[in-house]
Design a protein around this ligand. Structure first.
Ligand code: GDP
Length: 399
């Protein structure tokens, strides 16, 4: 059964959008399985540059069915704006289906999110303030409103009385069209359709296995893909772990290989590391194989996709972290959050290739030192390197 999960193996923003957009050209179904519009997947293709927040990155393939799975939280007003923007750019959104079991993200979730961050003051989590955490809290607390509930306007009105004016236009648009996506996905699987499961964020932000409490409210792991998309675990046969050739993080929490000062500014500027959703400067650092190996242990990647290798073109020497020093001992296991805050990265120095690789079209044309860098990633993470990103465009990917 050709079901492929595309999951982040770091702190998020690994370039999953680009990899999904590429593979979606050959897919029949693309399902976002968790998260909300806090995602910011950047896709550069023949239609232009797009920052997708809620809509699956498969939307550019007019033949593919795109699904927002039950594991997602959906801000309908935001979704309407995103769909309108895409339509204005000439992208048809006719093939998008929203699961009737997905949860609605309501205006009060956004207000609560911002209030909670303000309350936490200096200990804030660094959320995007889009209400995703509170929407999942309501879901877990059994207060959530599911998409199908908009079908019963009377009951729905009772629940969202105060927001009625704001919600009416959205109801008009969606009220008659909630869909049970389970039969759609099931029949696609029965026909051996090619299905992509698109994750948001990465393993280090996983609710259970990430740096709690600086985590997201869902599970970006392949295990979460099964639940969040409604695909039985045994049907997922390919799991692509997306990593950047270095590391970035948005928001708070431990990030052992983080760079500071001029070195950080240089890498951030070169790589354009500013949040796709918030515009916030991203924290940047060297590749952390302990984190990516942690992701591999939880996901069993069939392959790793390394993005943004071209960003490292200008470095003569590249520090690479394959273990931490923790209380005088070396470890390559990922400790829990407060312990991780004490961990110091142990660096080995890999040689840079000092050549522009963006025009490279074949893997064998890569400079030997770039290949050695990729081999070191494969060796320390424990999975082979599949795709390699050498530029932002869809075509700038070595297979
Ligand atoms: P996502 O949320 O995991 O999809 O990641 P983002 O879209 O937030 O961040 C990835 C950024 O890197 C986007 O701006 C992409 O256009 C860009 N990008 C992806 N792959 C490559 C690559 O191989 N090289 C370069 N230079 N940029 C890339």
């Amino acid at each position: 059964m050709p079901v492929t999960a595309i999951v982040g193996a770091q702190w998020g923003d690994e370039g999953k959008g680009k990899i999904t957009d590429l593979l979606a050209q050959e897919a029949d179904v693309v399902i976002r399985f968790q998260g909300g519009n806090n995602a910011g997947h950047t896709v550069v293709n023949q239609h232009g540059t797009f920052k997708l927040h809620l809509v699956p990155s498969g939307i550019f393939n007019p033949e593919a069915l795109c699904v927002l799975g039950p594991g997602c939280v959906v801000d309908l007003a935001f979704l309407c704006r995103e769909l309108a923007d895409l339509e204005r750019s000439g992208i048809s959104t006719a093939n998008l289906r929203v699961s009737d079991r997905a949860h609605l993200l309501m205006p009060w979730h956004i207000a609560l999110d911002r209030l909670d961050e303000r309350e936490r003051g200096r200990k804030k989590l660094g959320t995007t303030g889009m209400g995703v955490g509170p929407a999942y809290s309501d879901k877990v607390g059994r207060h959530g409103i599911q998409v199908y509930e908009v079908q019963d306007p009377k009951r729905f009105r009772a629940r969202v009385k105060r927001e009625l004016e704001l919600k009416n236009p959205i109801l008009e648009r969606f009220g008659d069209a909630p869909v049970d996506t389970l039969p759609l996905v099931e029949s696609a699987l029965a026909k051996d359709a090619r299905v992509l499961l698109e994750g948001q964020l990465g393993a280090m932000r996983d609710l259970d296995w990430g740096i709690y409490p600086y985590v997201t409210s869902s599970n970006p792991l392949a295990g979460g893909a099964s639940v969040g998309a409604g695909i039985p675990p045994r049907k997922i046969t390919r799991v692509i772990g997306v990593v950047k050739a270095y590391s970035t993080a948005v928001g708070e929490g431990p990030f052992p290989t983080e760079l500071r000062g001029d070195e950080a500014t240089a890498l951030r500027e070169r790589a354009h590391e500013y949040g796709a959703t918030t515009g916030r400067p991203r924290r940047v650092g060297w590749f952390d194989a302990v984190a990516a190996r942690h992701a591999h242990r939880l996901n069993a990647f069939t392959e790793i996709a390394v993005t943004k290798l071209d960003v490292l073109d200008v470095y003569e020497r590249i520090p690479f972290c394959a273990s931490y020093e923790l209380d005088g001992k070396r470890t390559s296991d990922m400790p829990p959050t407060l312990v991780l805050e004490r961990a110091k990265p142990c660096y080995e120095t890999l040689e840079g290739w000092s050549t522009a690789i963006t025009g490279v079209t074949e893997r064998r044309e890569l400079p030997a030192k770039a290949t050695a860098y990729l081999e070191r990633i494969a060796e320390t993470v424990g999975a082979p390197v599949g795709m390699i990103g050498v530029g932002p465009e869809r075509a700038a990917t070595l297979l």
